[in-house]
Design a protein around this ligand. Sequence first.
Ligand code: SF4
Ligand code: SF4
Length: 227
Amino acid sequence: MDRLEDELERARALDVADLADAIESVGFECTRCGGCCKGLDGEHTATVFPDEVREVAAAGDLEWRDVARPMPFGLDDEGHGETFEWALQTDACGDCAFYEETPAGSPGDGNAVGESDGVGACTVHDQRPRICRTYPFSVALDGTSQPMGEAVDETGVVRVHECEGLGRDISRVDAEALAGALKERAVREIEEAIGVRDAYAPADPGPDETVVHDSEGAKRPDGTPDE
Ligand code: SF4
Ligand code: SF4
């Protein structure tokens, strides 16, 4: 059996209660600091799968390009060449295109009018990709995607990434819900990795072209098949 198939079996066998124990022992509550949605030292880069792109696009009546861009790794400075998978689209600041900071409401609330109060919001919260739903946690199995923030801790198979909200109390109910989402994400990520491997066929993009290989085959940057 291939290594990814082994990892998929391990992911499917993960015990949600064990994952919840790990999450509970670390502790977490999102402060909405936006750290996992901003580019910070560079462009925000979070993996988004084809089904997730369509879900976000359908909810907002958006085009594929509004939601996703070719994962930049392996592309040249102009963004041309061949790459694997998609990243959430970014704005001019390099932040996720769906991140917004709440503007201050009025004078006297601690912020000047028009100044951000630094509290972030995801404008596609109900459709946000799995990697966002489960941040700052990931599962340490081959074939899973790693979020942008550096890993700062590891508890069993649960990896913990940079996040302002770590160490805060989390209820058992919330820890179990997060653990369930984390397991579902790990399974889906390894299934996607297997799909990419199986669907891959070398493309031959011209010097000004970009081809993205995902689990559905080779695509152009607008999400249409590369034929
Ligand atoms: S970095 Fe942590 S606290 Fe900040 S928005 Fe992301 S999950 Fe929430
Ligand atoms: S989709 Fe939402 S949660 Fe995910 S990075 Fe963008 S703004 Fe943050």
